[in-house]
Design a binder for this molecule. Structure first.
Ligand code: NAD
Length: 497
């Protein structure tokens, strides 16, 4: 049997006693590189119990001590960035440069967590009534849970556990079963940074293990990132069990191209945003909306896309890697077929893509559709592959209406030279993350990652100030201290006197 991915329980890496293992495969070759355990019930209970027990001491740990662990952690992550990226690329197939970006965007969140003391400051008001002051604190919730997807195995776990733990919680991570080696390395470094045993636990598996975390009486808050169907299940089940839940789900992101956009900048950015990472990004652009005369650039876009080639992670010429697994590839190919049948024009078809020396890789080439209409499945569904649909609109109003009618609201962008058009777009669009001449507007961690509508279930988003709210309760104190003995009689109202 290939390498077994360990669990991390009570501060120790342990081998699971399960008899159910899921193979982790190299998506460029299908070689099995590891086996990931479906954590047993007993092991799940041990992880939850250890997290609960550790919470009692961890929540009393001074905030500066918590911050110092994060300071050491971000330094270690930077020191090991290339090594983590290599592990990540081997199991996801991402190109090395993209893998480095995955780790870097996670490191930025750890840097943000180093500011936990200032982020945690409450509010104070003196003299809310005569000689009465009010002030608020944030206090941690207890055992928090993170369930993460395959497509950012470094960044997304790092969206969650550093901030939750910095807030004084303990955390149980259930990473994607498709690329568990990256989070394992992140956790080893967290331990090396001085995190006390038990603050972070890692369990593996699928629905059964996730459902246990969603329904267990001890867990308090659930952070999820993944597909819409699973996100809905997580949100409904978690809230049904009276837990706090934030669930980041799928997307269908549009880029609006105005005729006054800078053409070369636009084409370069659209190519990268649509097929970069093989389209396996929740902020990938999957629909290009050409407004008016900008439609004349479609042939140049096609030419630029036709030059893009996927390849293996350490091939410097490769623009992106394989799809994560054969089922994901088949799903994309069936969308391409459906698009053709539904009447769209397939200008570029990546279905028969091959990469020399890697006949078994899950390759899909850049695919471009024109004459797409909103009733087609390629428009309506998240394909999560290197497939770009082009739609035409006569006016910016039409483009905005189209986007606002799409049920997803993760990201969008507009390319234009007009401040007025950009202002109108940013104001009227019902999408959480808006780029102006920026194709993939993922906010830096001092802001929050703010998907809307079907792309997000919950109210407090990831990182930024909202994550602190998500991972804490606010306690508001109203206090009166006496200088003299006073006797004002019983107060029979609810007013402060
Ligand atoms: P997924 O939903 O298949 O899996 C996500 C996690 O849920 C994994 O840990 C998996 O083990 C677990 N899971 C799978 N099925 C489950 C079930 N039935 N019950 C409980 N848990 C289950 O997602 P994926 O394929 O790993 O990731 C791709 C998806 O994630 C895309 O839809 C993408 O848009 C989305 N995504 C969204 C964001 C965002 O911020 N909105 C970011 C990254 C990815």
């Amino acid at each position: 049997m290939s390498k077994q991915v360990p669990l991390f329980i009570g501060g120790e890496f342990v081998q699971s006693k399960t008899d159910q293992w899921i193979p982790v495969t190299n998506p460029a070759t299908q070689e099995v590189i590891a086996q990931v355990p479906c954590t047993t019930d007993e092991e799940m209970e041990a992880a939850i119990a250890s997290a609960a027990k550790t919470f009692e001491t961890w929540k009393e740990t001074p905030i500066s001590e918590r911050a110092r662990i994060m300071l050491r952690y971000q330094a270690l992550l930077k020191e090991h960035q290339e090594e983590i990226a290599t592990i990540l690329c081997e199991e996801t197939g991402k190109t090395f440069e993209d893998g480095m970006g995955d780790v870097w965007r996670g490191i930025e969140v750890v840097e943000h967590a180093c500011n936990i003391a200032s982020l945690s400051m409450g509010e104070t008001v003196e003299n809310v009534a005569r000689k009465i002051d009010s002030y608020s604190y944030t206090q941690p919730l207890g055992v928090c849970v993170g369930i993460t997807p395959f497509n950012f195995p470094a960044m997304i776990p790092l969206w969650m556990f550093p901030l939750a733990i910095a807030c004084g919680n303990t955390f149980i991570l259930k990473p994607s079963e498709q690329d568990p080696n990256t989070p394992t390395r992140l956790v080893e470094l967290f331990q090396q940074a001085g995190a006390p045993e038990g603050v972070l636990q890692v369990v593996h598996g699928g629905k059964e293990q996730v459902d246990k975390l969603l329904t267990h009486p001890v867990t308090q808050a659930i952070s999820f990132v993944g597909s819409v169907a699973v996100g809905e299940h997580i949100y409904k089940t978690g809230t049904d069990h009276l837990k706090r839940v934030q669930a980041f789900a799928g997307a269908k992101n549009h880029m609006v191209i105005m005729p006054d956009a800078q053409k070369n900048h636009l084409i370069n950015n659209l190519v990268g945003a649509s097929v970069g990472a093989g389209g396996q990004r929740c902020m990938a652009i999957s629909v290009a909306v050409f407004v008016g005369e900008s439609r004349k650039w479609i042939p140049e876009l096609k030419e630029a896309l036709s030059k893009v080639r996927p390849g293996v992670w350490n091939d410097k010429e490769a623009a992106y890697g394989p799809q994560i697994n054969p089922a994901a590839k088949d799903r994309i190919l069936s969308f391409i077929e459906a698009g053709k049948k539904e009447g769209a024009t397939c200008e570029l078809d990546g279905s028969n893509c091959t990469v020399e020396g890697y006949p078994d890789g899950n390759w899909v080439g850049p695919t471009l559709f024109t004459n797409v209409t909103t009733d087609m499945s390629i428009y309506k569904e998240e394909i999560f592959g290197p497939v770009l649909c082009c739609i035409e609109a006569d006016t910016i109003e039409e483009a905005i209406e189209l986007i606002n009618e799409c049920p997803y609201g993760n990201g969008t962008s507009i390319f234009t030279a007009s401040g007025a058009a950009a202002r109108k777009f940013q104001h009227e669009i019902k999408v959480g993350q808006v780029g102006i001449n920026v194709p993939v507007p993922v906010p830096l961690p001092f802001f929050s990652f703010t998907g809307w509508r079907k792309s997000f279930y919950g109210d407090q988003h990831a990182y930024g100030k909202q994550a602190i709210k998500f991972y804490t309760e606010t306690k508001t104190v109203t206090a009166r201290w006496f200088e003299d003995d006073i006797n004002t009689g019983a107060n029979m109202t609810i007013n402060l006197k």
